[in-house]
Unconditional design. Structure first.
Length: 280
């Protein structure tokens, strides 16, 4: 009897111990954080859909430097508000008689590629200071620079003109890095009228054409826009028409107006200019 009672008590103790152990496990399971869900290691495809349209890079119309700029729709005179015109007495006449009164002009009788940055030729006034042509150009940033020089250089060797013009254009490019640079060919002279007015023998249309060949070469080398301004003031014989000149070299009012009309219909947007300058 005593043995049976001890067996019952031992079984009860074992049962109680099992229940306590199970309770501990239950409580631990309830209090423990849930096991993390395994991550999906499958890579995510972030590439665009195969049917997405192809967008080509921005491009502009090609331009071959050293060739005359093609004709385009005429711009308004306000287009020239941020332009500067550099030249000699011909450009002085343009400023006075062309009717294009927008933009800035730095021009002077006797100006040439040889004295454009010479301390002995400080003929312009900028903020009360006497400066050279290039000194005036350095004083402000422009959107467009128009350069026509060469008529006063006709008595010099062509090679000297080429060297000096190339250096001048390079300096303008450095000074005006955001500007479209236009290099203009020289309209011819009228040989007969130039002779009648006692102008030097070297100021003849044939010499002008030799210098124009240099201008074309420099425009290609320095990668600036070539304006064949001469084409709008040249007759079939390669002469400056009598009706467009007053002395064989300088232009009449009608000649200057024709020059301005040519500029209005031969412009290049900066985006196209710099796109082509950066293309090699």
């Amino acid at each position: 009897m005593a043995y049976a009672l001890r067996a019952v008590l031992s079984l009860s103790a074992l049962t109680a111990a099992i229940l306590v152990f199970c309770g501990v496990l239950y409580i631990r399971e309830r209090l423990s954080p849930p096991a993390p869900t395994p991550m999906d290691t499958t890579s995510v495809d972030t590439s665009p859909p195969t049917d997405a349209p192809h967008i080509p890079p921005m491009t502009y119309e090609p331009y071959e430097f050293g060739t005359p700029l093609e004709e385009s729709a005429a711009v308004s005179d306000e287009w020239f508000d941020d332009a500067v015109f550099l030249g000699d007495s011909r450009t002085e006449g343009f400023q006075l008689f062309s009717g294009l009164n927008h933009g800035k002009s730095y021009c002077h009788r006797g100006m040439s590629v040889f004295n454009a940055d010479s301390d002995d030729y400080r003929v312009f006034n900028v903020d009360g200071e006497a400066v050279t042509l290039m000194g005036a150009v350095r004083a402000k940033r422009y959107a467009a620079v128009y350069l026509m020089l060469g008529i006063n250089e006709l008595g010099y060797p062509v090679s000297s003109f080429e060297s000096a013009l190339s250096e001048l254009v390079e300096e303008i490019i450095l000074t005006q890095p955001e500007a479209v640079i236009y290099l203009e060919t020289l309209p011819p002279v009228n040989d007969a009228q130039a002779y009648e007015n006692g102008l030097p023998a070297y100021e003849i249309a044939a010499n002008v054409e030799k210098f124009n060949q240099v201008i074309v070469k420099i425009a290609g080398k320095e990668r600036v826009v070539l304006l064949d301004t001469a084409s709008c003031l040249r007759d079939a014989e390669g002469q400056l028409p009598e009706e467009f000149t007053r002395d064989g070299v300088h232009f009449s009012a009608d000649g200057y107006i024709r020059w301005a009309d040519y500029l209005r219909t031969h412009t290049m947007e900066p985006e196209r200019y710099f796109y082509n300058r950066n293309e090699r």
